[in-house]
Design a protein around this ligand. Sequence first.
Ligand code: TXA
Ligand code: MG
Length: 316
Amino acid sequence: MKTLVTESIKKAASFIKKGEVVAFPTETVYGLGANVYDIEAIKKIYTAKGRPFDNPLIVHVASKKDILVLASEIPELAKNIIRDYFPGPITVILRRNELISMLVTAGLGTIAIRMPSSKVALDFIKECGVPIAAPSANLSGSPSPTSYEHVLEDFDGKIPCVLKGPNAKHGLESTVIDCSSGIPHILRPGVITLEQLKGLNERVAYQARTGKIKSPGQKYKHYAPKAKVILLPNGSKELPASDSKKLRAYIGISLPLNLDGIASVRICDDMNDYAKNLFSYFRQCDREEMKIIYAEKVSEEGIGLAIMNRLQKAAK
Ligand code: TXA
Ligand code: MG
């Protein structure tokens, strides 16, 4: 299959209308989208990614009123999140409307809904005329794509169309918050922070890796480059000594003193820059065949919680 790379929203949407999948940019990461009502097209997403069928998809809308078609009820907190943060880098889990295929929601009674703020994404979804189910546009298990080139690394020749747009503004996937029952839980930390969400409702909770898994995606290994990722304490000045000839890389905000022998270095300006660069750096390290990536830990405040979540998964 030849993969068309286009900047034409009309052209890209024409593939969705004929039941195909299309990779498209958002402000978080690129998504691999299909018409939410087209079961055959949805199956193509799972097949292309090698994604297990028990890991549900996020449904992307271009207008707030489409949420009412997808969800059967919208609790108070979700209303406030939608008011304050839609469109934006956050996904809400709500009770699902019966008419949505179980394939999209992996048999759950809930549905994940997000309205991206990226103009290209919104224009594309509008042009498609239907909500777009889309996971991140990477092969299952590899780092999420933050540029159209990353999408091509994983899918060139395997999907019919990539809508080329700007690089992702944030570089980490959306915050996922379950508002479907009881105490609202953050299932995946992201750009919209725990602190911001607690500002709407102080009961919003986040517990890293404990208890029963609520978000199916949490049980899969994610975000992992081929290199071994080793986490270093925040502010480390010393990189571990290594007598091996293995190609080694470093990413962090602090500048360590002993970078001799480190083949690739990415010093980030601040936490937002770290978030934005992390996945793209993992992919770069894979291209350069790095064997070890040292990554500096950050404090779990603000977006630091999302960075640490991705780092811990990558280092598993
Ligand atoms: O930023 C993003 O969220 C990107 C862009 C493309 O929008 N999408 C994305 O999708 O990261 P994906 O499929 O890679 O991650 C979606 C996460 C998975 O961990 C999945 O298990 C979880 O959301 N999820 C989806 N539906 C769910 C549901 N009904 N209940 C609980 N978790 C759900
Ligand atoms: Mg993903």
